[in-house]
Ligand binder design. Structure first.
Ligand code: FAD
Length: 561
């Protein structure tokens, strides 16, 4: 080691500028460490920037402030129920023990701000499940504060922006779609549109940042204020080792290769499996689409390099190596593909079923996106169809078709969804069994009358009903499908995050194949195997642990002295 030459020396070297990496870097700087953050692309944010930004951290002070007090003990009971005996308990305990402290400290010493949602239920019912307080929403951020750095914030995916570059919050969509429905709708719509019009004068997109974009911009702004160096276009290409220990890394910068010594540790936060073909083939089931929702720069570098060059062990994610969303696809004239994840807007609304090629249902469609896709995997389905009638599409929209049926004609022309005057013709148009479809619709219509889905329990959980239509009785998730024309939209399961990753212990140290910590090597975010072992307990359960472990790594290393 004495003979090794380094171009740079820092306490903490962080690889990847998403939620995990930026939190580790920021927390390191807060704790007084010298930090270097290396990012492969020209922008911060990774998948985090394109996400909902919801951050699941139980028992925070924010939950009390929001009037929905939550506790780590309740969350522990809930996780025992959801995760059961799948192992990894020590990491979940470490997450729960650190969570509230991590969020409080980050908020106190930076520009990162959250509010606890009073109503954003966990994805499953059980002892200790929460209706609100646990899912933290990043507070809106004014991108203009970043000055020229605003262009370094990865924009949301274009399907999530209105008018070519405007972010719209979950609660604002209704006002924008129906501005004349009430005075408050009009006021909201005007406020959003006027701000966006002003942004057009000086920016390439709207500067009113929400959700994942707000979280990333707040982390970035905080890093800039603390003058933490960020190297852009600078991917990790190798580790520098001294025996078993990782003592630094080789970074490929626009000026050439740089060897960085990391006195206390190297943190991997490169966003997980993402587009890495070898890892996908090894770990993902064959039903999963051959593309990811992560930006293409997320090519599994951290995991692959740690396994190949540092002797790290791979964690297969237990129940599932990925976390999934059912997505519909639209081929664009330029050959690209728009991917629309069906997260909350349509699947749980009354009057929709999902079927496989046999025309039959296979899952509770109103469950979480991950559980919906796990249903597909269990049934051996690589594609499924969401089926609804004319009234449903008009009222709720369907995928890219907005409520009121906006965009419907164009999207039909583009082959995004299919329409037919009766169910037999619809079955023929999409190539599914007509008898199966007819029987599934008949059963659905019976269930809509009784309010009870005898086959899959649609509308039976708190989260199901939260995403349903409260005006529909007796079950807000059940409604008839009978008003022609009928529609079918194809969905495929796509990863939103890895659940498999590097095998880590409760201190976020990466483990070798004998289960021993590799000195100097840490992982957070999707580079680390998920602490929820392939289950998806609630909204924000990837970013929550990414931030908490990012904070914990920096804190530990600062204390070590
Ligand atoms: C539509 C959608 C909505 C979602 N909503 C939520 C939500 O609300 N809440 C939630 O918890 N999860 C959500 N997720 C999942 C969540 O976005 C990710 O799990 C999370 O953002 C991953 O964070 P990360 O820090 O691990 O990686 P990322 O945010 O992807 O960051 C990784 C960074 O590492 C960089 N990188 C890659 N390779 C290298 C290299 N070799 N060297 C240097 N840098 C490198 C990448 O360029 C990238 O900037 C959503 C996902 C999708 C697709």
């Amino acid at each position: 080691m004495m003979a090794m030459a380094f171009d740079e020396e820092v306490d903490l070297l962080v690889i990847g500028a998403g939620a995990g990496g930026m939190t580790a870097a920021l927390s390191g700087a807060i704790a007084g460490l010298s930090v270097l953050l290396c990012e492969k692309t020209g922008m911060v944010g990774g998948t985090t920037a394109t996400s909902g930004g919801t951050t699941w951290v139980p028992g925070t002070e924010l939950s009390h402030r929001a009037g929905v007090p939550d506790s780590a003990e309740d969350a522990a009971a809930f996780l025992r129920h959801v995760v059961g005996n799948r192992g990894g308990d020590a990491r979940r305990e470490a997450f729960l023990a650190a969570g509230a402290k991590a969020i409080a400290e980050i908020e106190r010493h930076s520009e990162v701000r959250f509010v606890a949602a009073a109503a954003h239920p966990d994805y499953l019912d059980g002892p200790g499940s929460a209706y609100g307080g646990r899912a933290l929403a990043p507070v809106e951020f004014d991108g203009r504060l970043l000055g020229a750095d605003f262009d370094r914030v990865r924009p949301p995916r274009d399907v999530f922006m209105g008018l070519g570059g405007m972010m719209v919050g979950r609660g604002e969509l209704g006002a924008l779609l129906a501005p004349f429905a009430s005075a408050s709708n009009m006021a909201t719509a005007l406020k959003i549109l006027l701000r966006y019009a002003r942004d057009w004068l000086g920016h390439r997109r709207g500067t009113r940042l929400l959700m994942g974009n707000a979280l990333v911009a707040r982390l970035f702004y905080s890093l800039r204020r603390r003058e933490v160096p960020i190297w852009f276009d600078s991917p990790l290409t190798d580790f520098i080792r001294d025996g078993q220990a990782v003592i630094g890394a080789v970074i490929e910068t626009p000026q050439g290769l740089r060897r960085i010594r990391a006195r206390r540790g190297v943190v991997l936060a490169t966003g997980g499996i993402g587009w890495n073909r070898a890892l996908r083939e090894r770990l993902f089931p064959p039903q999963i689409a051959p593309f990811s929702q992560a930006p293409e720069g997320n090519s599994g570098d951290g995991i692959a390099l740690a396994v190949e060059r540092a002797g790290a062990a791979l964690d297969d994610g237990c129940d599932s190596a990925g976390l999934w969303m059912p997505c519909s696809l639209l081929g664009r004239p330029d050959g690209s593909q728009a991917i629309w994840p069906h997260i909350i807007l349509d699947r749980a609304k009354p009057g929709l079923i999902a079927i496989g090629r046999d025309g039959r249902r296979f899952v509770n469609e109103a469950g979480s996106y991950h559980d919906f896709c796990m249903g597909m995997i269990r049934a051996g389905l690589s594609e499924a169809w969401l089926v609804a009638d004319a009234g449903f599409v008009r009222r709720y929209g369907l995928g890219l078709v907005l409520p009121g049926g906006r965009g419907l004609r164009r999207l039909l022309r583009q082959g995004y969804l299919q329409r037919a005057g009766n169910l037999v013709a619809l079955a023929a148009a999409i190539g599914v069994d007509a008898q199966g479809l007819a029987e599934s619709v008949q059963a659905n219509n019976r269930f809509a009358e009784t309010g009870s889905d005898a086959d899959f329990g649609r509308g039976s959980t708190v989260m199901n009903r939260f995403n349903g239509d409260p005006e529909v009785k007796p079950n807000p998730c059940l409604g008839p499908i009978r008003q022609a024309p009928f529609y079918a939209l194809r969905v495929v399961p796509v990863d939103l995050a890895g659940s498999g990753g590097l095998d880590c212990n409760a201190d976020a140290q990466v483990l070798d194949r004998e289960g021993r910590p590799i000195p100097g090597l840490y992982a957070c975010g999707n580079d680390a195997g998920s602490i929820f072992r392939g289950t998806y307990p609630g909204p924000g359960t990837t970013i929550g642990p990414a931030m908490v472990f990012g904070w914990k790594i920096a804190r530990q290393l600062a204390k070590r002295g």
